[in-house]
Design a protein around this ligand. Structure first.
Ligand code: MRU
Length: 365
């Protein structure tokens, strides 16, 4: 069945609203993901500093969601008494971009969104569309909303392409949370096909690894899928090999924080392991990401893999689970080489190997 974006918007209504912009008060409110699923707390972000710290502390997380948040963070940068004229505004936006970009290093969507907002402001001033600070703020709000709307539309299209890979009765293995919490829209990337399948009455279920150490799988994916009424089974990260070996998985669907021109995929730690096992056992392995997650300029060695606080590994929710001060290595992303990937699903179409030829063709379409 071929559906349009408009038809999908009618049949799928997101249950979660993780990022809310209020135009009347110019405030950005986020659902604090560090407290889910035990507490539902919304936090107001009033300036660039609080926005950057919410991204750093993962109160908002997931590549597209931090891009959208940073886009609005650039609007908040303009609400500052230091700004007297449009020249000051550009200086403030440049400062804001560097603060926001340094909040987290691996997902490209962050710098992609701040660059887009900064360039938009420069053009609006140069071509005379923004003649005053108020006009600039007005236009920047529209641009930030456009980033959100484009992301949502891209997710619907990815969902529709991804549906082609799901059969009635399938079970999909994922990793981390690449749902609507991770994208800010309530739909998601890797979870979009599953949600659309459910909305269309197709029987589909998900296996979610807990995703140590931050537990995006057990705290967020499980919570999000249960809220949508989708069957989900939680496993430990160490059970991934067994569930695939036992034939319990028909396909793997994961998101991405950055995809390179040759098809290398940076995503949550544990993704590489799933890809290798899937390849070994002949289970299709799909990556779903909008084209804003592609980095066509960098090489694998250029990308910084974020390492987080060792206490995330030594403890769970503050409870010690290892000797105090044990040496810890806590990388929170890994990189999957292209040979393990069956296809990369984007809003512009499905990219198949050879990725070093096909990524550029589709992304630059
Ligand atoms: O550390 P996180 O929770 O921000 O990591 C999130 C992921 O790795 C997601 O898979 C990725 O950002 C894609 S989200 C649609």
């Amino acid at each position: 069945m071929k559906l349009t974006v408009k038809e999908v918007k009618e049949i799928f209504k997101p249950k979660l609203l993780p990022i809310i912009w209020r135009d009347e008060t110019n405030t950005l409110t986020i659902l604090d993901q560090s407290l889910l699923p035990f507490q539902t707390v919304y936090v107001d972000l009033k300036d660039v500093e609080t926005t950057a710290s919410a991204i750093k502390n993962m109160q908002v997380r997931g590549a597209p969601a931090i891009g959208i948040t940073a886009g609005y963070g650039m609007v908040l940068a303009l609400r500052n008494d230091r700004i007297q004229n449009l020249n000051d505004a550009l200086k403030e936006l440049t400062r804001a971009k560097s603060i926001l970009d340094s909040a987290r290093p691996t997902a490209i969507n962050l710098a992609w969104a701040t660059s887009r907002m900064l360039n938009f402001a420069k053009n609006a001033i140069e071509n005379g569309e923004a003649k005053s600070l108020n006009e600039l703020i007005h236009l920047m709000k529209i641009e930030a909303k456009r980033i959100f709307d484009e992301e949502y539309e891209a997710e619907i299209l990815m969902g529709l392409y991804g549906l082609e890979k799901i059969n009635n009765g399938d079970t999909i293995l994922t990793q981390c949370n690449a749902g609507g919490l991770a994208t800010g829209t309530g739909l998601g990337t890797a979870l979009a096909p599953v949600k659309l399948a459910k909305a269309l009455g197709i029987d589909v279920s998900v296996i979610a690894p807990e995703t140590r150490p931050w537990l995006q799988g057990s705290r967020l994916t499980v919570y999000e899928l249960m809220a949508e009424g989708i069957k989900v089974t939680l496993i430990t990260d160490t059970a991934v090999g067994l569930v695939m070996y036992k034939g319990m998985v028909n396909g793997v669907m994961v998101g991405a924080d950055r995809i390179l021109r040759d098809g290398h995929v940076f995503n949550k730690i544990g993704t590489f392991k799933e890809a290798v096992i899937a390849h070994e056992l002949g289970v299709p392995f799909y990556v779903l990401a909008p084209t804003s997650s592609f980095d066509l300029k960098s090489d694998v060695t250029d990308i910084k893999i974020e390492e987080r606080d060792p206490n995330e590994v030594r403890t769970i929710k503050g409870i010690p689970i290892a000797p105090e001060n044990v040496n810890v290595y806590n990388p929170v992303f890994d990189v999957t080489p292209p040979k393990y990937i069956t296809a990369i699903i984007t809003e512009k179409g499905i990219i198949y190997p050879p990725f070093n030829e096909n990524v550029k063709k589709i992304v630059e379409r």
